[in-house]
Structure formats: structure tokens, C-alpha cells
Design a protein around this ligand. Sequence first.
Ligand SMILES: *Cc1c(COP(=O)(O)O)cnc(C)c1O
Length: 404
Amino acid sequence: MSTDSPETAGLHRDTLAVRAAVDRSQYGENSEALYLTSGYVQPSAAAAAARFAGDEEGFTYGRYGNPTVASFEQRLAALEGAEACISTASGMSAILMMCMGLLKSGDHVICSHSMFGSTIKLIGSDLAKFGVESSFVPQTDVAAWKAAVKPSTKLLFAETPTNPLTDVCDIRALADIAHNAGALLAVDNCFATPALQRPLALGADIVMHSGTKYLDGQGRVMAGALCASQDMVTKTFLPVLKSAGMTLAPFNAWVVLKGLETLDIRMAAQSARALALAQWLQVHPGVARVHYPGLTSHPQHELAMAQQSNCGGAVLSFEVKASDADQARQRAFHVLDSLQTLSLSTNLGDTKTLCAHPASTSHGRLTEAQRQTAGVVQGLIRVAVGLEHLTDIQTDLDRGLSSF
Ligand SMILES: *Cc1c(COP(=O)(O)O)cnc(C)c1O
């Protein structure tokens, strides 16, 4: 769906977040309408034929499109500064749609080896069965991305900052490498969201989202999306949606559409708490190391600040102090089992602070060697900071941390 409507031209992002793509029925409701229907009544046989052929605008069937889903797509596109957006049932199905649309057997993809666990599995194993080749390189090593390029490279796919170590990669540099190779750059923008980072403006060709995270923002539904040029959405991704059917449900679209209205203020408030918590953890005697792009000790701090609107985001991770891996795992489990207020949950992007042990959960399917390369050690705890009072967050983490 296209975003260049005359009503929203020239408006600021804050305004677009609440005003872009408002679709009202004949009742004039102020909140966005939710259209729950799997099919549409056609005005005439000729109109139905024209709509199915794509010669005329108009909805035909729920798998192909829905007005509420279209509103979400237009609003997200407006926030990402994209020409168009197409949504999916989950973040992973957005990645699947991207790969099915862009790649064929023999094509090559380059990703960072610290990408989201299921992304590594999907591209490295599942798509390999269909002859798609992949290379996984160190996230922050621009030379390694460049060296991995082959004549068959069609796509570079980066996630920044990464989960759970918050490694940041240089989007502009990767876009140059991709374009010099005649390939495309896609960026998984789950962690920073368009509130902090707009990869298309930095040269990326595609932005991928798990709407399940900050776009919804309150842990209610699954959703995914790809933002790109109108041409790519219509010609490359829409045909995959039509035949493969990873369609976003209208209710879920309505929830994430409303989530976009508060995205910027949630990200600002949650990131402010994350920075304060990172600074507190950094000097805590029970903590060995904190990973957070907003800290000056972060290896890509300056790049992160330049690329992410001077903000570290709302996710951090830290390693508990321990003498070996077994003790580290035991202590990390102890910190998590001592929580009384915060949630022990592998999700992120919620107004409730969520804490997790990546090595045994999100990265549990990886081999020990893959985990080591990704830096997901046994003492690592990830905190996706929510909207609770900072003192309450600290008190809850301190329960376990101060008892070693
Ligand atoms: C959660 C997540 C995904 C996958 O999204 P789902 O909505 O769970 O399918 C992809 N990338 C990142 C960075 C994520 O955090």
C-alpha cells in the first residue's frame, strides 16, 4: 500500500504516528475501524475481474489484503520513510517472504552470525534445503562482510543492534558493500524501531520488522512487516503473500496500528530507563560486564549514537560475575528466579520489563560453538526494559545479584 496520500503530505513523524492512514467507515468513528472479513462483495463481475487482474483498486480476498491491514502498512511505511510496506503474520514470516521473493536456488546471502536465533536457522538450514547459500560473518567487522561477497550474492541481511549483545553495525557501510556487489541490503529494525533508526535513509533497501516487539509494544499479538520501494512490494513481495499466505490477521493489524501511535514516547521512556539501569549495573559488584550501546564503554558507542538518534534503545544485557561457566549459569538462573516484579520471559518490546537467559532459551537451539562465536555466554542475562519505576527494576534485579 502506498503512503503518498495528499492528507498526510508534509506532516511531522509525531503527527503521522497518530494520523497517517486513518480509515473511517460511514459512521465516522475517531479510532481506526477494524474490518473483520475474509471476503468482499464485488460491485460487478467486470469490477471483480479488474480487481483480480490488478487493474483496479479494491479488495478481493482476505489473504491478499484488508483495509485495517492496509492502514497498519501505510502508517509503518510513513514512520520508516518508505514508499510502501507489506505485512505478515510474524517477523519470521516477513523474513521468509523476503527470501522467497528475492532469492532462488544458487543465490547467496550474507548475514551476521549474531542475528536472531530463528533467522540463523531459517536462512542457514531451512533455506539451504532449497539451494540458497549463506555466509555468516562477525557483526561489526565491515571487512568480513565485504570479503564474504561472491558473484552469486543477492542479499546482505543485518540486524542492529543485535540480540542479546547489542552489537551495532554500520548500515551505510553495508549498503555500499551490497550495492557495489549488485546486491540489496535488508535491515532487521526490531530493536531500534523507526523511533530511533530509519535504515532506508542510511542506504538500506528493505527494512524488516517483527511487529510482535516494540510496534505492538504491549506484548499482545504477533506481526511482521517489510518496508521497501512500491515496486519491490508490489512485484516481489505481494506475489509471495498471495501464493504462500503468511497474511497478517486484521485484529492483529489493528493492535499494532494502535501501537504505532505511542511508539516514539514508549521508546524514549524505556530507553531512558535502560540507560540509567545500564549505568547502575556497570558499577554493581555482582556484575562482570554490561552490553548497552548508550554506554561510552560500548565498542560501537559513537556509531550507535550517530545511527540511532543519539539513543541506546531499551534492551541491554549483562554478565554476572563468576569463576567458570557452570557457576555463571547457576548465578544467572538465581538472579532470574529471585525476580518478584519483573517477568522472566524471552519476549521483548513490552511495557513490562522482561528478563531472559539467552544461552538456554532464544539461543538454546544453536550449538555450543555457534553460541560461543555469538558471545552468548552462560552468565548472560538480557533485560528488555519496560516502563516500571527505575528503582523497582533495580531492587528486583538486586535481590539475586547482591546475594552471591
Ligand atoms: C522476535 C524477533 C524476530 C522474529 O519475530 P517474530 O514476530 O517472533 O516471528 C526477528 N528478529 C528479531 C531481532 C526479533 O527480536
